[in-house]
Design a protein around this ligand. Structure first.
Ligand code: ADP
Length: 249
């Protein structure tokens, strides 16, 4: 463990996640996102792909299709099926995670599929599926938000017609304060986590979950903070796409 991690562990032991100067354990302000990096077009065999580093999260997404839905009885003659599969690698967390699907990954796959469906113009490709594989290589809380954001980038890279990008970010409550984008220590020892995803052009909310307790006032503050975070992440998504287009030209 390096010195910084050591200090963080010590402070966490003291039970304090926000210091007297208002800074969080990783030095962030309450309304500050973790450092985010995005790259598009990282897999050759995928129709579209993206790699996102969001704080200590590392996530790779590949999009395959639209391709004929198999077996044929699952085909929808009116629209394509969106199938996201979220997987956390066994080496992605400090204690080895048991490989394979579990209740949590099934839930996250479902909510990501539903959120993306709200944006994808799936009537354009009936009888097909679009398969989206989300591989969490390293996890440090907020992986559903980072994965959803990366999936939308990969879909755009694949040229899938969409109303808008889907962009996601969480807010929550830590040491009785509403904060943006919780990291692992805050997620573990905090009081609430509220992941939100929006279509930024319309402001439509396509995902909202709440783990923990918030008062009405805190809830409103957290939603507004998460939406502001989403808008910042949206700018990064656009920048990553522009860079990849620039490379092709
Ligand atoms: P999210 O990653 O979207 O915040 P959770 O709140 O369920 O989703 O998980 C928070 C964090 O807890 C994950 O990002 C990961 O770091 C850790 N975690 C989740 N599942 C496991 C697991 N099975 N083993 C170890 N750590 C886990």
């Amino acid at each position: 463990m390096n010195t910084k991690e050591n200090n963080e562990a010590k402070k966490t032991e003291k039970g304090k996640l926000i210091e007297d100067n208002g800074k969080r354990l990783d030095g962030r302000n309450l309304d500050e996102l973790r450092k985010i990096q995005m790259k598009v077009g990282v897999l050759n065999r995928a129709a579209g792909s993206a790699y996102v580093e969001w704080g200590k999260n590392k996530i790779l997404v590949g999009v395959y299709g639209p391709r004929e839905a198999q077996p044929r009885h699952i085909q929808n003659p009116l629209k394509g099926i969106i199938q996201a599969t979220y997987n956390m690698a066994s080496f992605s967390v400090s204690d080895r995670k048991r490989p394979g699907p579990d209740r949590r990954s099934t839930e996250i796959s479902k909510i990501i599929s539903r959120a993306l469906e709200a944006s994808i113009l799936s009537e354009s490709f009936p009888r097909t599926t679009i398969d989206i594989y989300l591989e969490v290589l390293e996890a440090d809380a907020g992986t559903r938000c980072a994965s959803l954001t990366a999936a939308s980038l990969a879909l755009a890279d694949a040229g899938i017609p969409m109303k808008d990008m889907v962009v996601s970010c969480a807010a929550g409550k830590v040491d009785d304060r509403v904060v943006l984008d919780l990291m692992k220590e805050e997620d573990n020892c905090g009081q609430a986590d509220l992941p939100v995803a929006i279509l930024p052009k319309s402001g439509e909310i396509v995902l909202m979950q709440l783990d923990g307790h918030l008062t009405g006032e805190e809830f409103e503050k957290a939603v507004s903070l998460a939406m502001d975070g989403c808008k910042k992440v949206y700018e990064m998504q656009k920048e990553a796409l522009m860079k990849s287009v620039g490379k092709v030209i």
